[in-house]
Design a protein around this ligand. Structure first.
Ligand code: ADP
Ligand code: MG
Length: 716
């Protein structure tokens, strides 16, 4: 029998094994299984004996199970499985929480390898949740040979139903029948990068004879991943650029708009406007991402592009992630455009909340061309929405939309220009990986005269008495005529706002009940200092009309304090709001805190942000909050964030692991590799855009695009 990457596992491994692998990891083909790479390798040669294991070290022990027993946990619900192992020199206890099923494998007398970090509990040495691999009978016999001692043991991501050694065994069977595989990489690149051949790399990553084998193999396959993805992205971008698109050049209308602005654009804004104008005049569609700090003035830059398009008779569609934001965009654009320009362009709002009659009116204005600016939510993507001449698509806050939505709007015109706005600073390598098909413009400086936001950590673990001071500070600010935001991480004690961190996701987050909108609202209203103030709530589960009403009243100054969840995270612009209190700040991600903070200090008054946390000094949770307080530079924060976060969080859960097609490449750590892969990809596509001379690479791209990467590219 022989097998290629597309061969199904069924015929090779049998029905049962295939089903188990499918269920546990979604593996169905030889290619899938071969890409289930070891998480790490244990080396048999460097085994420690239990007698000498130092506390705090990562160790691998060969030992025998002496006893295994299960008991309920002392403080919490659940159970602990305690397994005592011995290697003849001493005893170590393994502990597993809520994993009673392991007891059926870890029976007294079973021998195997156990790897983990040595801890101490009540004077006993312990491995909590160790990785382990139990030996089969044959293995137990050959254990002492020298070759065996040198051979690294691949440890695979495993589940309760499929153990690491079962995966290794399946891979052994597959590798034995695997055909020689054509190399997807051009030979010149393989040579230059001194990579292994593809087939050889797959062999060595799964069945290394020594350490250097898996290291070379991993380097090779990691490069393959980066290169294939960058080739896909560069190709997508070249293709997008190769089509024709109506040129949209700035004219009198644009000049008039810029002259009528109450301020002059900053240097950065001018440069980005120029980049956009160059793109839009080129005759090919623009695909540009504009990233800039909160308050850096992206809206006016986008408005300039809209006016330019209107000047050529075209229309703009602006897509916002939520109703609140669509409303806010609509209002701020009308204001930015001014009465004359608004009358000329006739902006309309199109959201799901519109009544039938209003909706019909908006649809007609878009289809007839009577409106040259249609602002809306997902409702814009519907089939009934048509445009007379869609020239520009503006998408706010890209991280909430995917390429498919970009495409859905794009197809409502004939290759319109596309402008994506994001206030989340994106580290360059992430931008290159996630938005690799977009050109990137950056607005790095804030408009002059903007006062920096003062941020303070209110560490209640160290200073519990500071809590009342927080509220006095808010009351003082309101007494001075300003307004305040109070942000909580939950709607009620049982309902979270969408997108909040799960408890277990955030190491170091204290177990104290989190503050919620429902608890905080009455608490604040009852404070003596707040007796005469108007305090209202806003969160994601309120009806849109209510949310809008609260936001509008707040914007109009009729509400002094809003208690809110992260629904206020993006784009909300209330210049008179000068102070924000973020409760349980450790419950939020770094960039989220930064975004939230950007809601204050947007007017002439300096902004203050109080980051209230119970997190203890030295925890990751606390470090995140302190990082935010330490700098206002979003790019610096993005870098700090990367260091504090785990990989999966960077691309978002749906983009990590299998879905992204990235298994070995780490956008957080492989910046240099991604760069290099990008250069190779650009050079190759410059000489062979259709990859006619590289059929193996083309086939790999197509296979990947068909399955997951397309998914990934579409859904990011
Ligand atoms: P962003 O969308 O990037 O968060 P906005 O475009 O909403 O920022 O701008 C924030 C505020 O700054 C708005 O009130 C806007 O009118 C103002 N603004 C924008 N550009 C300038 C500038 N060059 N000089 C002064 N104020 C500006
Ligand atoms: Mg904005």
């Amino acid at each position: 029998m022989s097998a290629g990457l597309d061969t199904t596992l069924q015929g090779i491994l049998g029905d049962r094994t295939q089903k188990a692998l499918q269920k546990a990891f979604g593996l169905s083909t030889v290619g899938d299984l071969l890409q289930h790479y070891p998480r790490r390798y244990a080396s048999r040669g460097e085994l420690t004996s239990i007698a000498g294991v130092p506390i705090g070290d990562q160790v691998t022990l060969v030992a025998e199970v002496v006893s295994a027993k299960q008991r309920p946990m002392r403080q919490k619900r659940g159970s602990v499985l305690e397994v005592v192992i011995s290697d003849g020199t001493g005893l170590v206890t393994l502990t597993f929480f809520n994993q009673a099923w392991r007891q059926k494998d870890l029976v007294p007398g079973a021998r195997g390898m156990f790897a983990g970090k040595v801890g101490e509990y009540r004077g006993e040495r312990q491995l909590a949740h160790p990785d382990y691999e139990l030996f089969s009978d044959e293995e137990a016999l050959v254990q002492n040979s020298e070759e065996w001692a040198k051979r690294p043991i691949p440890l695979y991501p495993a589940t309760s139903t499929v153990a690491s050694w079962q995966i290794a065994k399946a891979l052994g069977i597959v590798l034995d029948v695997l055909d020689d595989l054509p190399d997807p990489l051009p030979a010149t690149i393989t040579d230059q990068e001194r990579l292994l051949g593809f087939r050889e790399a797959l062999e060595k990553i799964h069945r290394p004879a020594e350490e250097s084998d898996w290291k070379d193999a991993r380097r090779t396959l990691r490069f393959h991943e980066a290169f294939v993805l960058q080739t896909a992205l560069v190709r997508r971008r070249l293709r997008a650029q190769s089509v024709e698109s109506t040129p949209r050049k700035p004219g009198e209308l644009t000049n008039g708009f810029l002259q009528a602005l109450p301020f002059s654009l900053t240097e950065d804004q001018l440069r980005v406007v120029e980049e956009i104008h160059d793109d839009m005049a080129s005759g090919h569609p623009m695909n540009r991402l504009v990233q800039g700090e909160v308050g850096s003035g992206k809206t006016v830059v986008a408005a300039t592009a809209m006016v330019t398009v209107a000047g050529t008779g075209g229309q703009t569609a602006l897509l916002a992630p939520t109703e609140v934001l669509a409303n806010q965009h609509f209002r701020s654009l009308v204001q930015t455009l001014g009465p004359d320009m608004s009358a000329r362009i006739n902006p309309v709002l199109l959201t799901g909340a519109l009544g039938a009659a209003e909706r019909k009116k908006a649809l007609l204005a878009a289809a007839s061309g009577a409106s040259q600016l249609v602002v809306g939510t997902h409702a814009l993507l519907g089939d009934t929405v048509q445009f007379a001449d869609l020239g520009l698509v503006v998408i706010d806050e890209q991280h909430r939309f995917g390429v498919d939505q970009r495409d859905a709007l794009r197809h409502k015109g004939s290759h319109p220009h596309v402008l994506v706005l994001t206030a989340t600073p994106i580290p360059r390598t992430v931008a290159m990986t996630v938005f690799g098909d977009l050109d990137v413009s950056t607005i790095a400086t804030l408009p002059q005269g903007r006062l920096p936001i003062e941020s303070h950590v209110v560490a209640l673990a160290d200073h519990p008495t500071w809590y009342p001071r927080v509220w006095s500070r808010v009351a003082e600010e309101v007494a001075a005529g300003r307004q305040a935001f109070v942000v909580t991480s939950a709607i009620s004690s049982s309902v979270r706002e969408e997108g909040e961190l799960e408890d277990e996701e955030s190491e170091g987050t204290p177990t104290i009940p989190r503050a919620s909108v429902e608890d905080t609202l009455p608490m604040i209203r009852n404070l003596p200092e707040f007796a005469s103030l108007k305090v209202e709530a806003i969160h994601g589960q309120m009806p849109t009309a209510d949310k809008d009403q609260v936001m509008q009243a707040f914007a109009a100054g009729e509400i002094d304090v809003v208690v809110a969840t992260t629904v206020i995270e993006v784009g909300i612009d209330v210049p008179n709001a000068s102070i924000m209190v973020i409760l349980d700040a450790d419950r939020f991600g770094v960039s989220q805190l930064h975004q939230l903070r950007g809601r204050v200090g947007r007017g002439e008054h300096p902004g203050t942000c109080l980051l209230v946390t119970h997190a203890e000094e030295g925890t990751t949770a606390r470090a995140r909050v302190e990082a935010v307080a330490a700098t206002l530079d979003g790019f610096e924060l993005a870098a700090a964030d990367l260091e504090l976060r785990r990989e999966g969080d960077v691309l978002g859960a749906s983009q990590s692991g299998r879905r992204s097609g990235l298994r070995l490449v780490r956008v957080t750590k492989d910046a240099e590799l991604i760069d290099r892969a990008r250069e190779y990809a650009e050079a190759l596509l410059a000489t062979d855009p259709e990859l006619g001379g590289h059929p193996e690479l083309l086939a790999t791209l197509q296979a990947r695009l068909d399955e997951r990467s397309e998914d990934y590219l579409e859904k990011n």
